[in-house]
Design a protein around this ligand. Structure first.
Ligand code: IDP
Ligand code: MG
Length: 136
């Protein structure tokens, strides 16, 4: 049965800063994802705090929000069959040290905080996150 999904990816400041935007987008395309929407933006810390609200009790929350708002990011809506899980697999583990060979974070991630990409973790959150950046 067909299960076309959309998911939100963010190319984080560490990757944009190293000009990895096109290489990462090529990885999405060569893995069968369609880029439906994309924009390069810079967000305020208050917006990062909203986006990462689920992590507000974590010790790394403030640093995380400082980081996501520290420079330009590219927000992307990806579409594919089972896109949410597929993107999580292509991204690799949160800590690049634990990421599998061939994943984006293994290839480009620097550290657990500078791990180059974000990806929605469920279909429900994907909808919320896509709306967050693309609701007009
Ligand atoms: P995910 O990005 O793989 O979904 P989450 O657990 O949702 O990982 O965490 C969101 C982001 O917070 C991670 O991508 C990472 O940059 C950062 N993060 C997660 N855990 C830690 C930590 O233990 N120390 C510092 N930063 C962390
Ligand atoms: Mg997450």
């Amino acid at each position: 049965m067909s299960n076309l999904e959309q998911t939100l990816s963010i190319i984080k400041p560490d990757a944009v800063e190293r000009n990895l935007e096109n290489e990462i987008k090529e990885m999405f395309k060569s893995n069968g994802f369609t880029i439906l929407k994309e924009k390069k933006i810079k967000i305020e810390k208050s917006e990062a705090e909203k986006f990462y609200k689920v992590h507000q009790t974590k010790p790394f929350y403030s640093d995380l929000c400082d980081y996501l708002s520290s420079g330009p990011i590219v927000v992307i809506v990806l579409e594919k069959e089972n896109a949410v899980l597929g993107n999580r697999e292509l991204m690799g583990a949160t800590n690049p040290k634990d990421a599998e060979e061939g994943t984006i974070r293994k290839k480009y991630g620097i550290s657990i905080d500078k791990n180059s990409v974000h990806g929605s973790d469920s279909v429900e959150n994907a909808k919320i996150e896509i709306d967050f950046f693309f609701k007009d």
